[in-house]
Write a protein that binds this ligand. Structure first.
Ligand SMILES: Cc1ncc(COP(=O)(O)O)c(C=O)c1O
Length: 377
């Protein structure tokens, strides 16, 4: 038999598109984190993904897969039990599990706003918010990042039921939404607020219940998305809100209905990791000290983003420079990647640094030396 590889016509088209990416330095490819590199890239802010105690007890129960979607054979006692636990943790009437944060936002935003409604979302929203909004039948507009004035202008023109979508902390800039003022604006215009707590779940508030609960705003927010793949060190997500919202999502959210449910290990891991997080507040204290140390050691003239979150950004001009600075830091043994356009808008290219509770003082100090040195070359 002749296995000689011939490319199909469609593959020629794909190759041409990919070669454009290669030419402008934006080609994406998968790689395994090199052994020995210092982790300044993962979202595992507290190091929970590597705590054996969290997963040890899981192997006594065999449930390799949930065997179906939640509406068919896949609904188990462990799903319902975790949803009750999460409702208590996040101070909500109810929660509904989704297989990831991406799917939770798609499932919520594509199903709840109806034709004739209006969705207003922050321009720096994560792709899954933008995508979810596009999948809905409502009208949608973005507003300037964290701008209350611009949001209010758009609220005055909105029609139908109004939805405002923000992140409590933004995934690329690490800055916080002015949540209290946004809640007040939403109340003034009778808008329903949706908050994505991906980067505050497990971090903010004494027990890690996120920014909305920490500010005591939970009862004034229509829906909250919590993700477990970041500070919780696990996988999956939940939408928190009323029982009515939960029933609606079970009936109409395609990203909930038509997919195999999370298995026992994934579900129980979330609860174990949250319990571990609650019992170890010192991890957050260590992380906070590391953030302050990083901010102290980076030279003042270096263009860094204003963030007190583990997400820190060093701004550069263009993709080429982002790739060059990342290369310099990788060569010094630090794992991090350039964030280039189109992931961020042109002129917003950066190096995104994620700090962790497990990073040592020496690692942070060496990282800052390497960045400072790059800027003196
Ligand atoms: C703000 C925000 N929302 C949602 C997600 C998606 O969450 P998950 O990784 O669980 O799909 C991310 C992931 O990067 C995020 O940053």
């Amino acid at each position: 038999m002749n296995f000689e590889k011939t490319t199909l016509r469609i593959e020629d088209t794909l190759l041409a598109i990919l070669s454009d990416r290669k030419k402008n330095g934006t080609f994406r490819f998968l790689r395994i984190q090199k052994e020995g590199m210092v982790d300044f890239i993962s979202n595992d802010y507290l190091g929970l993904a590597k705590v054996s105690e969290i997963s040890e007890s899981l192997h006594s129960f065999v449930d390799n897969g949930a065997s179906g979607s939640r509406l068919l054979s896949g609904n188990k006692v462990y799903h319902e039990s975790l949803e009750k636990y999460l409702a208590d943790y996040f101070k909500a009437e109810s929660t509904l599990l989704f297989n990831s944060g991406y799917l939770a936002n798609l499932g919520l935003l594509s199903s709840v706003p109806q034709k004739g409604d209006t969705i207003l979302f922050d321009e720096l929203s994560h792709m899954c918010i933008k995508e979810g909004v596009r999948l809905s039948r409502a009208n949608y507009f973005n507003f300037k990042h964290n701008s209350l004035e611009n949001l209010e202008q758009k609220l005055t023109k909105a029609t139908g039921n109004i939805f405002v979508v923000v992140e409590s902390v933004y995934s690329m800039d690490g800055d916080q939404a002015p949540l209290k003022q946004i809640v007040e604006l939403c109340e003034k215009y009778n808008a329903n607020l949706i908050v994505d707590e991906a980067h505050t779940t497990g971090l903010f508030g004494d027990s890690g219940f996120g920014l909305c609960c920490d500010l005591g705003l939970e009862d004034r927010i229509f829906a909250r998305t919590y993700t477990f793949g970041k500070a919780i060190g696990a996988h999956g997500a939940a939408v928190a809100g009323s029982e009515i919202l939960k029933d609606y999502l079970i009936n109409y959210s395609r990203h909930f209905i038509y997919t195999t449910a999370l298995n026992y290990h994934s579900v129980q891991l979330i609860e174990n990791a949250i319990n571990y997080r609650k019992a170890h507040p010192e991890l957050v204290e260590k992380l906070t000290r590391n953030i302050l140390l990083f901010r102290q050691l980076i030279r003042r003239d270096i263009p860094k983003l204003e963030s007190f979150h583990p997400i820190q950004g060093i701004m550069v001009h263009g993709n080429e420079e982002a790739i060059k600075l990342a290369g310099h830091l990788n060569a010094a043994g630090f794992d991090m990647r350039p964030i280039v356009s189109p992931t961020v808008p042109v002129n917003q290219e950066r190096i995104r640094i994620c700090l962790h509770a497990f990073n040592s003082t020496m690692e942070i100090s060496n990282l800052c030396d390497a960045i400072n040195e790059y800027y003196t070359q």
